[in-house]
Design a protein around this ligand. Sequence first.
Ligand code: MG
Length: 371
Amino acid sequence: MNITRITMWHKTLPLTHAYALSGGRLQFESLDSTFVRIDTDHGHTGWGEGCPWGNTYLPAFGAGLRVALGLLAPTLIGCDPRAIDALNRRMDATLPGHPYAKAPLDMALWDILGQCAELPLYALLGGSEGNWVAANSSIPTGDPEQMVALIETARSQGYRTHSAKIGGTKPDLDRARIEAIESTRQADERVTYDVNRAWTPGLAIEVMNGVQASGWFEQPCETLAECVQVRRQTRQPLMLDECMHTLSDHLSAWRLGACEGVKVKPNRLGGLTRARQVRDFGVSVGWRMHLEDVGGTVIADTAALHLALSTPEHNRLASWLCQPHLVDDPAPGRGARNVDGRISLPDGPGLGLAPDLDWLGTPEAVFDRKG
Ligand code: MG
């Protein structure tokens, strides 16, 4: 079986509401997403999506992703799509780094492998652990009252785990946000306070040691070294996200005792292959993990949720879906969806869904010659 063609689409995805995080330092009104389809000479079609959540969230951006795909895609033409590890090594030899550009291709390869095996991806990634994954809300940075109101709305949609985006340069405001949310939090709810790198270590230690918060804090500072400094001088469990790019980063974090959990995001790590490695390491050292993607439509959401469903319940926390934040939907009613706080996965082979071609429109590039 050989790859005969790789097709690429670029879509701008407007958000239903403008979104602020990192204390308002980072603002988003739309996302830049890239879709790929891999075709084979056996009639299989695999789908992937790469969506770096704007230009400011990670060292990654949509236009760069598409330029990198122009280098990567031709090297896969004529190869067996089922040789996923070998093709990841080929992509690494063609373009070191740039994991976000490899993620949609890797995702599409897994989709084809699942179709060949006639198994859903969660079965290939370890087997289902339960029938559904708990949904994690995402509450943008705002005034304390606004954030409490958004949590109330999320509660009405079934969410019992919330990711509240705080941070900034005013410790009093962050303490007020945390205290307002904690005072209205229900007994069966959990809240993670996600700082998105906004604090210096000193500010993190001041705020975290100055509040009574029941749950996790996430990515308080920019670098792993700064987060280790915070971890050693505070009592709350720490989750790491944006500073984790490779398996080696995760080994370093564990060796340093930097965290009790991590976010596992295929589009940050380089696809399902790398995300599965990180997930398996996290299980082996007892981390708790949110398995979800950086952003994107129900295509990226569903790929990440297959990994979540195949992760032991003891090690997995709730998963966020980006799809509800978007105006557009490439596969209405299909794929991973929040239904009263629970996310189920399609049982069809591979990813279990494909975007509507009418919605995608005209491709930006087609690669059918070996590079
Ligand atoms: Mg985060």
